[in-house]
Design a protein around this ligand. Structure first.
Ligand code: ZN
Length: 157
């Protein structure tokens, strides 16, 4: 068996595992300041959602660190500005901000982090976004988060 075949099998195994539980979402970030998806949709049946953020790059957190933050669309700018004021040591997040629905810590290259949150307070009709609060990142590192059925699918190449 070639290394390529093993790699393909591992990818298949990973895909199967991801599909086994639609309430668990794997998302990757990299040294090019990107998430690997612009849309996350979880079924309305999910009482809890688990987000696994992986940084597939090599750069340290202080240079190219990423987090994953969930909020209402309308609150994104205020949270990012609050995060800028808070600074790196506070994870570029305003502390105890009720507008932050869920957030991971900042991770650097090779690191992973997981956050779980209840969907009880989320409303199907509301507009939610996920984004990275590292300075300047959210212009690119952002996407939509939806509870329920996907209306469209957009994915980075
Ligand atoms: Zn980032």
């Amino acid at each position: 068996m070639t290394a390529r075949m093993i790699c393909a099998l591992l990818l298949l195994a990973g895909a199967a595992r991801a599909h086994a539980d639609p309430c668990r979402v794997d998302i990757e970030s990299n040294d090019a300041m990107q998430f690997n998806t612009r849309q996350i949709v979880v079924p309305a049946e999910c009482a809890e959602v688990e987000i696994n953020l992986k940084h597939t790059g090599h750069m340290p957190a202080k240079v190219m660190g990423h987090d994953w933050v969930l909020a209402r669309d309308a609150d994104m700018s205020a949270i990012i500005n609050g995060g800028l004021a808070a600074g790196f040591n506070r994870g570029y997040l305003p502390s105890n901000d009720p507008r932050v629905i869920a957030a991971t810590r900042i991770v650097g290259g090779g690191e992973s982090v997981t956050v779980r949150f209840s969907t009880a307070a989320l409303q199907p009709a509301a507009h939610y976004v996920f984004f990275c609060t590292s300075p300047g990142h959210a212009t690119v590192m952002r996407g939509t988060f939806q509870i329920g059925v996907a209306t469209r699918v957009a994915r980075n190449p």
